[in-house]
Design a protein around this ligand. Structure first.
Ligand SMILES: Nc1nc2c(c(=O)[nH]1)N[C@H]1C(S)=C(S)[C@@H](COP(=O)(O)O)O[C@H]1N2
Ligand SMILES: [Mo]
Length: 326
């Protein structure tokens, strides 16, 4: 397979972080160009999304709080999760996002997500469990032990942030459904709505976005299903209304806007690992000594401040997770 470079005109306008797909094989390149071209055509025609030029700070206050949200926020902060660095500014985090369903341009995701309707929202929990269920996300919020945690986040592209998530440990949901002994993996699947998400109209990408963890990883107390950030429900661009948070792994594992959680015996297919297996492995643990095939992982850059820091093994969460891999 021949590797070719995507022309600079296509690449995201961003200097230091390396985009997930700069070198791709020819077939993948054609797919991605189709995707990029469609997004541009839509923007020109003005029909992909409604323009909303209000300042971001104002827009962020426009989500409506459901009755469940009113009870859940603000959640008690869990003191077990402390930061070694300053928290990222809320507005910085909210307009620098990876969410390929909406845009390949990190600066533009929040705007392109305008048509997305994350409520009402049903979550289906299926597979090899004693008590499968379908439930509105608001009901789930009322059932689960909600808490706030400060967490570092490290994207495989070498940018990082530190944010307060609100959510519940995945362990609580697992105990509720009672998996059978044969279960070895948990797969999580994002929504699929081509009308609301321009990226979904590229049928050649392996939509919907999926990710998965081993059961031991999913049961680790560090694994969070997040419904909120900065003390309120998730805005669309952060993966409303429910997303995964696994802070010791590269960010692509933390699948957004989950509609299905499936307990399986075999290892599930996952989005980036299916598309580019040599570049995005299944486990994806943060590790400064294992470079990405196209760039070093030795250091990372905090978004907003631009501060450069040394990358730490397991993103600094070794006390919680090193035992999983010994
Ligand atoms: N459904 C979906 N989930 C996703 C992605 C995506 O493109 N689609 N991108 C991932 C990547 S690469 C990162 S770094 C984080 C970014 O989360 P944030 O935009 O809330 O900071 O979301 C992850 N979850
Ligand atoms: Mo990422």
């Amino acid at each position: 397979m021949v590797n070719i470079m995507i022309p600079p005109g296509w690449r995201i306008p961003e200097r230091d972080a390396t985009p997930e797909s700069v070198y791709v094989n020819r077939r993948t390149l054609l797919k991605l160009m189709g995707f990029g071209g469609m997004a541009l055509a839509g923007a020109a025609a003005g029909c992909e999304f409604e323009r909303d030029d209000r300042p971001l700070a104002e827009k962020l206050k426009t989500y409506t709080l459901s009755e469940a949200d009113k009870r859940a926020y603000p959640a008690r902060r869990n003191p077990a999760f402390a930061l070694d660095r300053a928290m990222t500014d809320e507005l910085v985090a909210a307009h620098y996002n990876n969410f390929y369903e909406f845009s390949d341009d990190k600066d533009d995701v929040w705007r392109k997500a305008a048509l997305f309707q994350p409520r009402p929202w049903e979550v289906e929990v299926t597979g090899l469990v004693t008590r499968p269920f379908r439930m509105d996300v608001d009901q789930l919020i009322l059932k689960m032990p909600m808490e706030e945690r400060l967490c570092r986040h490290r994207c495989v592209e070498a940018w990082a942030m530190a944010v307060p998530w609100t959510g519940f440990p995945m362990k609580a949901l697992i105990e509720y459904v009672e998996p059978r002994p044969s279960v070895r993996f948990v797969a999580m699947t994002s929504f699929l709505r081509p009308v609301e998400a321009p990226g979904h109209r590229n049928e050649d990408l392996p939509w919907p976005y999926t990710e998965a963890l081993t059961m031991a990883e999913a049961l680790n107390p560090l694994t969070l299903l997040a419904t909120g950030i900065y003390g309120h429900p998730l805005p669309k661009q952060h993966g409303a209304p429910l997303r995964l948070v696994t802070p010791w792994k590269y960010g692509y594992k933390s699948v957004k806007s989950i509609v299905r959680i499936d307990f399986t015996a075999g290892q599930p297919f996952t989005f980036w690992n299916t598309l580019l297996p040599d570049e995005y492995d299944f486990t994806a643990n943060v590790n400064p000594t294992v470079p990405h095939p196209r760039w070093s992982q030795r250091t990372e850059k905090m978004i907003g401040t631009g501060e450069r820091r040394d990358t730490v093994l397991y993103n600094g969460y070794g006390d919680h997770v090193a035992g999983l891999y010994s």
